[in-house]
Design a protein around this ligand. Sequence first.
Ligand code: ZN
Length: 83
Amino acid sequence: MPFNCQRFKNKLYRRTNFIKCVFCKKSLARNEATVEHVIPKSKGGLDRYENYHISCEPCNGERGNMDYDEFKSLKQKEIARKK
Ligand SMILES: [Zn+2]
């Protein structure tokens, strides 16, 4: 894989003191954060900084091949229900 996940994470951590999962908004420790594509490579997403975001392991797995927006709104509804 040409893309360096660790470097990407470090870059994000420099920008902010903590990182949240884009989907469930959980605060993540460095070792909990996973880097994933906004647009999956299978759908034409590029190996570019702009096409990466941080999510937690469970969300990453749960999302599967779902569209970013689709899964995000699904998660947000889930969070709203829990409140
Ligand atoms: Zn999450």
